[in-house]
Design a protein around this ligand. Sequence first.
Ligand SMILES: NC(=O)c1ccc[n+]([C@@H]2O[C@H](COP(=O)([O-])OP(=O)(O)OC[C@H]3O[C@@H](n4cnc5c(N)ncnc54)[C@H](O)[C@@H]3O)[C@@H](O)[C@H]2O)c1
Ligand SMILES: [Zn+2]
Length: 398
Amino acid sequence: MAHQKLQISDDTTTHLQRFSVQFEFPVCFTENLFDPHNPTLIDALCRLEPEKQHKAVIFLDDGLSRARPDLILAIKSYAAHHARRIDLVADPVLVPGGEKIKSELHFVEQMQQTLYDHRIDRHSYAIAIGGGAVLDAVGLVAATTHRGVRHVRIPTTVLSQNDSGVGVKNGVNLYGAKNYIGTFAPPFAVLNDLAFIMDLGERDKIAGMAEAVKVALIRDGVFFDWLEQNAERLAVFEKSAMATMIRRCAELHMRQIGHGGDPFEFGSARPLDYGHWSAHKLEILTRYHVRHGEAVAIGIALDARYSVLSGLLEAGQEDRICFLLEFLGFKLWHPSLESRNQEGELAILKGLQDFREHLGGELTITLLSGIGVGVEVNEMRDDLVAQSINWLKTRQQH
Ligand SMILES: NC(=O)c1ccc[n+]([C@@H]2O[C@H](COP(=O)([O-])OP(=O)(O)OC[C@H]3O[C@@H](n4cnc5c(N)ncnc54)[C@H](O)[C@@H]3O)[C@@H](O)[C@H]2O)c1
Ligand SMILES: [Zn+2]
C-alpha cells in the first residue's frame, strides 16, 4: 500500500506516506587492488551495467600517495588496461589526508567543482582512496553532488577498513564540532586492500585496532578472547592476524548496520559508539593531535572503569581490557583528560552533552556489563567520571 488515509474531516485529510528503500553494496577484501588482473574494482563498478563504460573521478589521500609514490601510475595503468569499462576522466586528484580535509569546508567545494568540471552524473563514480577522513569528506561530496553520485570507498587505514569504511555515514567538521555536516549515504561498494595497511605508519596501524577492541567488548566476547590470544601477533602487525582482526571487526559493524534495526540512527542510541563520548571530546581538546583510534582506546578504558564503579562490570575486567590495549601499543592517558573549563569543571564532561546533542533525544551511552556485552544507560555521574579519570592517571604512573 503506497499510503494510508488516516483521518478525514471537512477541511483536513491526512495521508500517511510510507515506503522503504533497500540498500545493497558489496564489501570486498582483497590484495593488490590495482593489479590489472585483479577484477575486484572493475567488477564492482560494472555490477549494475556490465557492458557500459563508466565515468569515474578518483580522489586520493596525499598521505597515502607519499607512502606509495608508485600508486598514481598503478591506478592509471589499471584504468588503461580496463579502458573499455572505465573512463578515468582525470588523473587521480590528490586531497589532504587526515583531519585537515574535514576541517576546512573549501576542500569539499573544490571536490564538488572537480565533479562538476568532469560532468560526473548520478551513474558515474566518485571514488575515494584513503583514510577515514578522506572517505568521510568524499562521501559527503558524493552524497550531495546531484543529490547523490555513486561513491566507491577504498579504505587504506586499519580504522577505515575495519570500521568507518563499511559504515553508512559521512561528514566534515564545522564550528569546532566534529562531523557537524554530513549525511547517511550507503556507498556503492567498499573495497579493502590489505596491502595498503602494510604501508601505514606504526601509529596508525595501532590506532585502528581500538575499534576492534571496542566492537568485541560490546558485541562478541569470543572475538575479545581471540584478540587477547593473538595480541603478540597483532602488536607486531603480523599480516594474517591483521587480516583476521580487520575482517571480523568489519563483519560485526556490518551486522549492526544491516540487522541492528536503526542504520540511520533515528533513535537515541549509538550502539557502536562505546567509548566514543569522551573520545570525540578528547580529539577536539587536543586539536586532533590525538588520533581518533588513540582517543577511542582511552575512551574504552575510561568507560570500562566507569562500568566497574557503577556496579555494572565485575571488578578486574577493566584491568584486563586496559592490559590488552596497552599490549597492542596504546597509551591510556592524556593530560587533556584533566583540563578544566572556565567554570572549573572537567572539560571532557561536555563530551556527554555534545554526544546527546549530536543525536537529539535522551542521552544514551553504552557501557559494559561483561566482556562482549554492551548495556545502555541514560545517565553518567560526574563524580564517577572524575574517579575513572583519576584511576587512569594513577595507573599510568606505575
Ligand atoms: N563515518 C564514520 O562512520 C566514521 C567512523 C569512525 C571514524 N570516522 C572518521 O575517520 C577519521 C579517522 O580515520 P583514520 O583513522 O583512517 O585516519 P585518517 O584518515 O586521519 O588518516 C591518518 C593518516 O594516514 C594517512 N594514510 C592513509 N592511508 C595510508 C596508508 N595506507 N599508508 C600511509 N599513510 C596513509 C593519511 O594521509 C593521514 O595522514 C576521523 O575523522 C573519524 O571521525 C568516521
Ligand atoms: Zn570510532
